[in-house]
Design a binder for this molecule. Sequence first.
Ligand SMILES: [Zn+2]
Length: 693
Amino acid sequence: MFTDSPQKIGTDHLARDAFLYVRQSSLRQVMENTESTQRQYGLRERAVALGWPRERIHVIDSDLGRSGAKADHRDGFQYLVTEVALGHAGIVLGLEVSRLARNNADWHRLIELAALSHTLILDEDGIYDPAHFNDRLLLGLKGTMSEAELHVLNARLQGGIRNKARRGELELALPIGLVYDAEGVVALEPDRQIQGSVRLLFETFREGGSATSVVKRFAQEGLLFPRRIRRGVGKGEVLWGPLNHSRVLQILHNPRYAGAFVYGRTRSGRTAELRPTTLKVPRESWEVLIPDAHVGYLTWEEYERNQTTLKQNATGFGSIARGSTPREGVALLQGRVVCGRCGARMRVRYQQVAGRLEPYYQCAEAAVRRAAALCQSIRGQAIDEAISALLLETVAPAALEVALAVQEEIAARIAQAEELRQAQLERARYEAELARRRYLAVDPANRLVADALEADWNDKLRHLDALEREHEHQRQADQGLLSEEARQQILGLAKDFRRVWNDPATVPLERKRMVALLIEDATLIKEQDIRIHVRFRGGRTTSLTVNRPQSMALVRKTRSEVVEALDRLLETHTDREAAVALNERGYRNWQGQSFTPKKVSLVRRTYGLKSRFERLRARGLLTGEEMAHRLGVSTTTVHTLGRTGLLPRHLYGSPVRCLYEPIDPTLFLKGKGGRRPRPPALITVPSSAQETV
Ligand SMILES: [Zn+2]
């Protein structure tokens, strides 16, 4: 179809302005050369030829975001759409008109508007009148084609990257500790200090099993960790700073340290506010993963193990991973206790008892998840003791080897830290020397520069001095650890696992590490006794039974003389009176506090002492109700008789309570017609009840 028909141009078109749209997308410019710009401006000549005066042809440069005629800062395409909608445009010119818009929707909107306002569209192929169906169809197709072309272009570009990535040849930014050598092959960082720091990080994780242990060690030993500036000022330089937790995790999670080539660990997405963001891609969806693609700091197997460890360490709310990392605290079985009732993992809770923390193994799974009652809670001490005994008898012969290995490990660690610190020192010396040379090289007359350089030199010297002193200090501390005395101590202890285990200097964490090496888990069931099923690493199992621990009141032992004194006092005193009497005599409870009625009652019940009431009852005294029942009168009558002295009774305590002496009802003659009982002359009190207290 011949579209370049001048017949399409009417006088009403010519009466309006022409708009030349020049679009310079960077993607296009990559593909084409600047020639296209010339072609775009060449269209202006076409418009002139078709009858538009030169001064009424407006050039809209979308990159500049303003029209050629007006210095307007609106977006070029927006401006064009507005002009078309307002009917100011007689014709729109563009090199490939479909590329006017950024996307197909914009393009179709422009066609619609152009049809409504009878605006023509012109490109190198011809003139279109969007009001005509055929032309509109053609323009729509052109838009679709151009979008498809962009897509293909993009895919080709991405595809190139992906293909390269699939072969493991794509050069991606490397993490610290790895570099590209001259041939573009991944190599270990040649800088010994950087390489050593990265190695130390992985080794410490191997020993400590947690990112926190790595951070702690670097902090304790005053070691810094390198970071390479990726962009901006000082790009490529290495900065040294304290190591933090997230950095350790980042490094441990990075598969490149294991020598694997990976592509597609992250992808870009958008947040709810449509801001661009980077999303993590789960491991099974990584586009490319080539293990053993280059050198690394650890094996792929170890990398996988580390991932599992890290996953287990991430103990979130309500979930306790199997055999999680040993932490501070004395509970031996922390992280490896299973509830024998419901199968959930039990937690450790500590409770303050007599000034020290007592561990409790608790199954709080139901309590936490469903707000139900605590499944079971067991005092840890007896269980830990049983486990200790079990370990002592099971593994004692292996102890020597363990202790020697520990000794060797300490020595190795110290040597390693020493080496790194030496490197740190060397760097500081080099920097100081560099500053000195810079200072000497400058013309002394150039005061401004010379002063700054001198200050820099002084600064470096101060830094070096501080570092040297710190180094010396650390070295001496390390020597202490490795002193002959300490060695002898360790070797001596090694002869006896029992002593190593029981030595107060062995911190709970170390004991727990030993437990972690030996025991997979222990299942606890609290019944009449506490049963412990121990599963050793390697599958062997053993069952133990431990007596249920005594109640806390017994544990919190009251001195026996206090208990005896209380026993005597209770013959004549109520709890309240006994508390006063005990305090007067200077007795105190197990916590060194004075007694209250409540505390007396607690001690009394704990030691099975009878209360004043129980003692009186044991002597046969009756309550008002019992007396009333025996005499066949109302309780009120009994109390009235008691008050008037007709019924012998025993008063005690405050508020005052009373118990009645048991009398023989036959002796108590009841008056006829419910009258009051006969006078006391007829009442005889049995001799047994007469002895008063
Ligand atoms: Zn449970």
